[in-house]
Design a protein around this ligand. Sequence first.
Ligand code: HEC
Length: 361
Amino acid sequence: MTMLKKLKLAHKFTLFLSLVFIASIIIGGIILSQVSYHQAEGQVAYNAELLMKMMNSVKSYTNTEVRPLLDPLVNKQPKFIPQTIATYSARKIFESISNQSEYQDYLYKDAVLNPTNPEDKANELETELINQFNQEFSEDPNNIQDKYDFTTTETGESFYVARPIIITDQTCLKCHGKPEAAPKSIIASYGKENGFGWELNKPIGVQIIYVPSEQIFQKGRDLSSLTIGIFIVMFTIAIILINLLIKGIVIDKIRPMSRLAQKIRNDELSPDPMTEPDIQKLEKVAKNGDELGHLARIFEQMANAIYERKQKFAEQIEELTLKSQESNRASDKMGKIAYFKSLQKKAKSIRDKVDDSDKTK
Ligand code: HEC
């Protein structure tokens, strides 16, 4: 506290403003990073949701437009035509999206516990999600909601959205029920081990999409840092400007007053007010209509009063000296007269003595 009292006015302002600015930058920074985090989270979720919708449209297009056209061919070909399968077209289309460098870390998968295509085999996280969906489905089949969260994949931090795959259509079981009932071309292409024995009305897999979040969060952080950087620069400029302003408006105007007060105390005022530099400076300040101008005017009046008094005092002293000189001279005259008189007396007494001795002779 005493340290604070010792500080100069400009330094006090700097300190106070810096504290206010640092506090607001910290609070603003926290709020900003929270906001940008939520915004990034929203953007990641939005991207994932959009891609999921797109993939489902592709799937429904394949099921309604492509499959009916190709179905007659399926049984005639020795090898299965995978282009008729919704999952296949979704995977192919997603591949062409993720071939673009911008989307290379995006991932889409119809992950199933027992898939026809081994590429669709559920990993650890997906298996856990399928189990969770099964659990929830057994509790309340009408209340199943998408799951989303952050996870780490080979490509880094990602955000996923997962939706259960539930077989509701009996016709699906033609190829995913018993292997004996499946078209021969399927067995020829995929074997009879995988992708069979699926149950109706039960989550058998998850449709999952992974969106890399690191990049988007990094963008959010960069934006926050840039904003905070701009704030810091602006605050620094504001502190410098306020300092200059305080110096120009307050300190430079108070200085001649305090110097003048010091000179009055030490009796160091120059004899003539016209040659006293601080009074000249004071005159300039006194022209201002603000509080300092008012103070300067009072100071000016005070200094003038002191000069006047000094002048009077000097005159009085001069008068007194003159008087005392005069009185000195007067007493001098009186002394001379007395001396003369005593001399006369002496002479007279000598004369008398002489006269007496003359008489006795
Ligand atoms: C004509 C046979 C056939 C029918 C009918 C069929 N599928 Fe498939 N399904 C396949 C084949 C073949 C694959 C593997 C495609 C590939 O190579 O990716 C597959 C893959 C899948 C996958 C991806 C997981 C995996 O097993 O590789 C899902 C999910 C799937 N089918 C769901 C369904 C649903 C739901 C239906 C009913 C609307 C259905 N399928 C109807 C043949 C069929």
